[in-house]
Write a protein of this length. Structure first.
Length: 304
């Protein structure tokens, strides 16, 4: 069983808060630009931020010559596609059609998709019965939080395809987590910068071809895009790589249970949205699932 350092618990809480706040920012950004442009700007700003930071700190990008270089960049390409470009594309299209909250439920089951993949491909990640039950309880908590309205039909065209796209995005994130864990040893900041750079290069032409260059974007939407590019995409990519490489993809899956809780909290505090009566029950189930699935790591953490 892999030892989970205390700093990784802090990292996943920060990650969940950053990603939880991104829902508000996406809504604001969509008031000025299209969904594909939102994704392209997120990736582009995140890539510029990380590449500049990486070179400024002397890390640069992963080497392109030598025996392991080709293998490293193959993993970079896989991570760019499965952890960024493809799931962003699937979600940006699917969330225009699916009922409210359905995408959130899909993201919450990413840990369950990671479990069998990690059990097969990642040494030390054993799919024990206790861990499986814990993740199921956590997923139940997320479903309670979002409510039955998440599965209500909107009557929109292509709704079934849109729901499949959201499920496909969850599968992409799970696969991307495995690729990140198995990537050969390389500087983490350089790796994160390379992944976003490749994802931005892959996605930007698609956004320009479909939606064109954005014009007359409101200031609030620009601010939201800036936040999305720097924090949920740029800084989060660094934290994501750190957690997966240090604690494993199964542990990172705990983030997916926290994100809906943070999104509700931000909505209540900043947007004056009503507090869901199911929040307390949902948080109880989520925390119980986390505790059960990571009981060994929690025991070691509190002993320290």
């Amino acid at each position: 069983m892999q030892d989970i350092r205390p700093v990784n618990w802090l990292r996943i809480v920060v990650l969940a808060a950053i990603w939880g706040a991104s829902f508000m920012s996406v809504s604001v950004a969509l008031e000025g630009v299209g969904p594909l442009t939102v994704v392209a700007v997120r990736l582009g700003l995140g890539a510029v931020f990380l590449v500049v930071l990486s070179f400024a700190l002397g890390h640069g990008l992963p080497p392109v010559r030598g025996r392991p270089a080709g293998r490293v960049w193959a993993f970079v390409l896989a991570m760019a596609v499965f952890s960024n470009a493809l799931p962003f594309l699937l979600l940006s299209w699917g969330q225009q059609v699916v009922a409210s909250g359905f995408a959130g439920v899909c993201m919450a089951v990413v840990p369950l998709l990671v479990l069998p993949l990690a059990h097969v491909f990642v040494p030390g990640e054993v799919m024990s019965l206790r861990r499986l039950v814990g993740f199921c309880i956590g997923t139940a908590g997320v479903i309670v939080l979002i409510g039955p309205g998440a599965f209500a039909s909107t009557g929109e065209s292509f709704e079934s395809l849109a729901k499949m796209a959201c499920v496909g995005a969850a599968c992409c994130y799970a696969i991307g987590g495995i690729f990140t864990r198995l990537c050969p040893a390389v500087d983490l900041l350089a790796l994160a910068a390379a992944v976003l750079l490749v994802a931005a290069v892959l996605f930007a032409p698609l956004a320009l071809a479909v939606e064109g260059w954005p014009r007359d974007v409101p200031g609030l939407s620009l601010a939201a895009l800036l936040y999305l590019g720097l924090l949920p995409t740029g800084v989060a990519q660094i934290l994501l790589v750190m957690v997966i490489r240090d604690a494993g993809p199964v542990f990172l899956g705990l983030v997916n249970y926290q994100v809906p809780v943070w999104s509700v909290i931000f909505g209540v505090v900043l947007l004056a949205e009503p507090l869901p009566p199911s929040l307390v029950l949902a948080m109880g189930l989520i925390l119980a699932g986390v505790a059960l699935s990571q009981w060994g790591a929690l025991s070691r953490l509190f002993r320290r």
